[in-house]
Ligand binder design. Structure first.
Ligand SMILES: CC(=O)SCCNC(=O)CCNC(=O)[C@H](O)C(C)(C)COP(=O)(O)OP(=O)(O)OC[C@H]1O[C@@H](n2cnc3c(N)ncnc32)[C@H](O)[C@@H]1OP(=O)(O)O
Ligand SMILES: CC(=O)C(=O)O
Length: 524
């Protein structure tokens, strides 16, 4: 592990869970904390112990895990007005969490002290001072979050500075300037931080929300201006539109700014960490997230694929493997010959002058004109390439299919199907009753062929999507059907287009089965 010049503070388990739709079970929280520790995050804010029994339980259970590096922090407010810190429920909950570090959040915008806490500005300072000194006397490291610091600084600079000085004098180990409402632009952040440089204060940290889509920018500029502690969440989740995204901040610090950060030796696990956390939150990760998103190194334009073929360092800002991501080149109407050469490379060496490359490029453009889309259906294009190369062996030929849907007053609709297939001159018949035509076709093929081709038992349809291409044609409109198949290990996608949804589905089904048959059965 590297040394730490900048401390990375993760609040996925606290502020992250303030994001809409982000809910973790206790087990999820513990598993995420373990992954954050493996990755080398310096501080993990585990939650708000006063908020619920689950939060309290987290702090008990996490002690049993013997984390290697991360310091677990409990989060809570300063004491209430007019009482001693030792009598305050928040402060006691923080102590009972038994974490080495506690995060105390206090008001630094005068209007919040008077209108929300409904106390005097002096009493707010006392609350901050007492809470910190009391927790320090109990042996805790204190990270003091100055809630609404940048708005406070704008509205009553003298008071915001008094809050900073009070917390620092009380012994806070780090003063975190928070943009709680997320409305501050990076230039204002820099002005404020530069103005603090001449003061004798504890080290500074920052915590940004992303309401102006500048949270990451503000975080890295703040580090440039002298902040030594940066807070954020995995995947940028958090209250309202989210927090600064650590999946962008961490590689920015390490790769672009050459800062020494403890987790630098684990950087290649960043994409995995992002996806693991998304899985725990049961959220499909944003594909276009910087660095770790599925499309962060995906190229669609033909000219870009051409550059990658000639000089890959000229078309990507970094080597995607450094953060555990990978490059993809998409097939589409925007592709050129370079993209086809790359796709054909699994079948041999071709160059842009090969006749087959021109032919396949034309086929691709024409098929896309006709409504096919291969970007998310590469199995169908693989079948096209194999046909062009003479490397395609169909599992069967269709003689005919017959599909009939019926519904009675008493029952919901059912579809009955029967088909005849020809396999090397032998006729196979299959029949099934299914929920709808695609289900029935799929089941009929399996009924006909599983006795001779048991591999079909191991693959199944996992997703089916339909898009109407020209809705103005009403019931005569063309539809595009995408099918995803899986063998529970790999997945592959195919596409079919027709005015008839059954025919479009059949086409996609054929490609999906034949893709697998040619690539994984015949060639195994
Ligand atoms: C910027 C941030 O993200 S801060 C983190 C906020 N996180 C959360 O609120 C999530 C967890 N919160 C909870 O479970 C609950 O809100 C609790 C348990 C903390 C408090 O619940 P309740 O006691 O019912 O209070 P409620 O949520 O209605 O109001 C918040 C109280 O905290 C007080 N408060 C807010 N900030 C501070 C502060 N820095 N110091 C002291 N008190 C504070 C408010 O004045 C209000 O007190 P009041 O009830 O005396 O008016
Ligand atoms: C502390 C915190 O979460 C905030 O001010 O946004």
């Amino acid at each position: 592990m590297g040394k730490s010049e900048i401390a990375v503070f993760d609040t996925t388990l606290r502020d992250g869970t303030q994001g809409t739709g982000i809910n973790f079970t206790l087990k999820d929280k513990l598993e995420i904390a373990e992954k954050l520790d493996d990755f080398g995050i310096d501080y993990i804010e585990g939650g708000f112990p006063l908020a619920s029994e689950k939060e309290t339980a987290f702090f008990k259970e996490i002690q049993k895990l013997n984390l290697k590096h991360s310091k677990i922090c409990a989060f809570g407010s300063t004491r209430k007005p007019g009482i001693h810190a030792s009598q305050d429920a928040h402060i006691n909950a923080l102590l009972q969490a038994e974490t080495p570090t506690v995060v105390v959040v206090g008001k630094s915008w005068d209007a919040h002290a008077s209108e929300v806490l409904q106390t005097s500005l002096d009493e707010n300072l006392n609350m901050i001072h007492d809470s910190i000194t009391y927790l320090k006397s109990e042996g805790r490291e204190i990270i003091f979050d100055l809630e609404h610091f940048f708005d406070g600084y704008l509205n009553n600079q003298a008071y915001a500075l008094k809050v900073l000085q009070t917390a620092s004098d009380a012994g806070a180990d780090c003063l975190v300037l928070c943009d709680t409402n997320g409305g501050t632009l990076p230039q204002a952040v820099i002005v404020a931080i530069n103005n603090l440089k001449t003061r004798n204060l504890a080290p500074l940290g920052v915590h940004f929300h992303n309401d102006t889509a500048t949270a990451v920018a503000s975080s890295i500029l703040a580090v440039e201006a002298g902040a030594v502690h940066v807070q954020g969440t995995i995947n940028g989740w958090g209250e309202r539109v989210g927090n600064a995204n650590l999946c962008a901040i961490i590689p920015n610090l390490i790769l672009k700014m050459k800062k020494e950060v403890y987790c630098s030796t684990k950087l290649k696990d960043l994409t995995k960490l992002s996806r693991f956390t998304a899985e725990k939150a049961n959220i499909i990760p944003e594909k276009n997230q910087a660095y770790v998103g599925e499309t962060a190194f995906t190229h669609k334009a033909g000219q870009h694929a051409d550059v990658l073929a000639k000089a890959e360092h000229l078309m990507e800002h970094m080597d995607s493997s450094l953060i555990g991501n990978s490059r993809k080149i998409l097939l589409s109407e925007l592709a050129g010959k370079s993209t086809i050469v790359r796709k054909l490379s699994k079948y041999g060496d071709f160059d842009k002058k090969s006749e087959i490359v021109s032919k396949l490029t034309e086929t691709l453009k024409k098929k896309e004109m006709d409504g096919y889309e291969y970007e998310a259906a590469e199995a169908s294009f693989d079948v096209i390439m194999r046909k062009a190369l003479g490397k395609y062996t169909p599992l069967f030929e269709l003689q005919n299919y017959h599909i009939e849907s019926y519904k009675t007053m008493q029952s919901k609709s059912k579809t009955v199907g029967r088909l005849f297939l020809n396999v090397s001159g032998v006729e196979h018949m299959g029949a099934a009753v299914g929920e709808g035509p695609v289900d029935t076709l799929n089941a009929s093929v399996r009924d006909a062929l599983i006795p001779s081709f048991p591999f079909l038992k191991n693959i199944h349809l996992s997703d089916y999507r339909v898009r109407v291409l020209n809705p103005e044609e009403a019931t005569a409109a063309k539809v595009r059907v995408f099918i995803t198949f899986t063998d529970n290990n790999k997945t592959w996608d195919s596409v079919g287009v027709s005015e008839n949804i059954i025919e479009a589905s059949w086409e996609a089904l054929l490609d999906a089965i034949n893709f697998y048959y040619n690539n994984f059965i015949l060639e195994e």
